[in-house]
Design a protein around this ligand. Structure first.
Ligand SMILES: Nc1ncnc2c1ncn2[C@@H]1O[C@H](COP(=O)(O)OP(=O)(O)OP(=O)(O)O)[C@@H](O)[C@H]1O
Ligand SMILES: [Mg+2]
Length: 279
């Protein structure tokens, strides 16, 4: 099982589009694939037109529910775990509470416990078990079920990014053809090195995917591509070209593979090949 977090702190650069299509491309190549939606926008569930589930990523992270209970099948070889929408946004705060509680000393701890019991909120105490390793631990039982797990991250830099990074073997950074998107990739790079040091991991940026590549904007594309080559060398993958079908497809609950869109299929098959080869 290989876990890849798809991250850029710049919004709208194609993270969810890549999660959906890389996921579908891997599934079509015979790889058992799961996409975990880690964004309150719920783009993954919406893109596949999947219904709401009672158990979502929120319940996995906060209530300790099993990841297997949150899975919805969306295509052959392809499953998703929905995010839980707005609830997921509360996770960083709950997690911080848990971390603070675990640092409390004897007397303070007993007093707080009593107060929380009085107001029927002693469940907050259980949050001390919620640590940044929570997603890694929750996904572990699925290690023989999936070949690939993709985590679609939100643009906002919260503790959820840390949780995703700790759970991942690789980080994939989509970069649209704009300077601010390159800046976002560098922010991801420094955040990942912090997580790597703090948790003694080897997770790193392994793939940088140029997106929204447009022949008609050749000057800016060339500049961004030169910057990416300098910064990331052979981590830069084949590009995802600008493609009207990718902006229309979610409204139909379809991927470019469902629509047999030649350009989109070519781009995502090439990306999937690279990811499979990387191993
Ligand atoms: N290569 C492309 N060509 C044309 N449109 C695209 C392409 N990739 C993504 N889009 C469209 O651009 C918009 C933003 O893409 P997407 O939602 O994947 O970005 P994101 O990085 O996940 O955004 P957020 O930061 O809000 O989560 C969407 O409407 C999507 O359909
Ligand atoms: Mg998104």
């Amino acid at each position: 099982m290989i876990v890849i977090a798809i991250v850029n702190s710049k919004g709208g650069v194609g993270k969810s589009t890549i999660s959906v299509h890389l996921g579908h491309a891997l599934a079509l190549a015979g790889k058992r694939t799961l996409i975990v939606d880690m964004d309150i926008q719920e783009n993954i569930r919406i893109w596949f037109d999947a219904g709401q589930k009672e158990i979502t990523l929120f319940e996995i992270l906060v209530e300790g529910k099993k990841a297997s209970e949150a899975i919805t099948n969306v295509r052959e070889n392809l499953d998703i775990i929905p995010s839980g929408g707005d609830n997921l946004g509360a996770v960083p705060y709950l997690l911080n509470l848990g971390i603070q509680f675990s640092g409390l000393s004897g007397n303070d701890r007993a007093a707080l416990k009593k107060i929380l019991q009085k107001i029927d909120m002693q469940w907050i105490f259980d949050l001390k078990n919620v640590t940044p390793e929570i997603l890694k631990k929750s996904l572990y039982p699925l290690k023989n079920t999936y070949d690939f797990i993709l985590i679609d991250c939100s643009p906002s830099r919260t503790l959820l990014h840390t949780i995703a990074a700790v759970a991942s073997d690789h980080v994939m950074v989509p970069v649209s053809m704009e300077w601010l998107s390159v800046v976002g990739s560098a922010q991801v790079g420094s955040a990942i090195s912090e997580v790597r040091e703090k948790y003694g991991l080897s997770t790193d940026i392994s793939f940088v995917v140029p997106t929204f590549v447009d022949r008609r904007r050749s000057r800016v594309c060339q500049e961004v591509n030169e910057d990416l080559a300098k910064m990331y060398g052979d981590k830069v993958t084949s590009p995802i070209r600008v493609n009207g079908k990718l902006s229309e497809a979610p409204s139909w609950g379809k991927t470019v593979f469902d629509l047999a869109d030649r350009r989109g299929m070519e781009d995502f098959k090439a990306l999937a090949k690279r990811v499979i080869q990387n191993g």
